[in-house]
Design a protein. Sequence first.
Lengths: 113, 113
Amino acid sequence: NAGVTQTPKFQVLKTGQSMTLQCAQDMNHNSMYWYRQDPGMGLRLIYYSASEGTTDKGEVPNGYNVSRLNKREFSLRLESAAPSQTSVYFCASRLYLEAGELFFGEGSRLTVL
Amino acid sequence: AQKITQTQPGMFVQEKEAVTLDCTYDTSDQSYGLFWYKQPSSGEMIFLIYQGSYDEQNATEGRYSLNFQKARKSANLVISASQLGDSAMYFCAMPDNDYKLSFGAGTTVTVRA
């Protein structure tokens, strides 16, 4: 049971570089999410996709873009990385937007120098 | 986003004792629910327990119970008979008007032998 799989687990970037975090879930969930976790701030929602074909901004979307490639996959792109984007990123999925718990990936630790 | 407050940044508890983690929330919704997650030092997010505001009985999952006090807008997590493996960060979370989960800043629990 893979659940939610995100790659890469670790990444170091230089300021201005771009990268894409990949996320896939095998639970046939409709909703998918990207959160970032910073010390003392809990998890903050970056973007989410309520269902295949839709994406919406969360609390902290600036500097990020997302793509819901299909029902299984939801990617997060940093076009021009900044040190403020150094964080741990979590992908999550939920059966429906309105119900059920979030299932999380293992997290991706990103450092921007 | 809903405002979720966890006022205890860190707590120590003796093994086999109970510990109560506080979570207060600010919502005008009539129907809502509250989740608790555990994040051990390995980093993954583990769902622990959920309760809806209209549930009459406090939710219980093994050694975890959720103490909902709607008049005070609080939903505390009680861990009974603490074990060393309970040492982790604990987050409460609540859906906002658009069903997206907002998280508190978390409470670190350290269980002492």
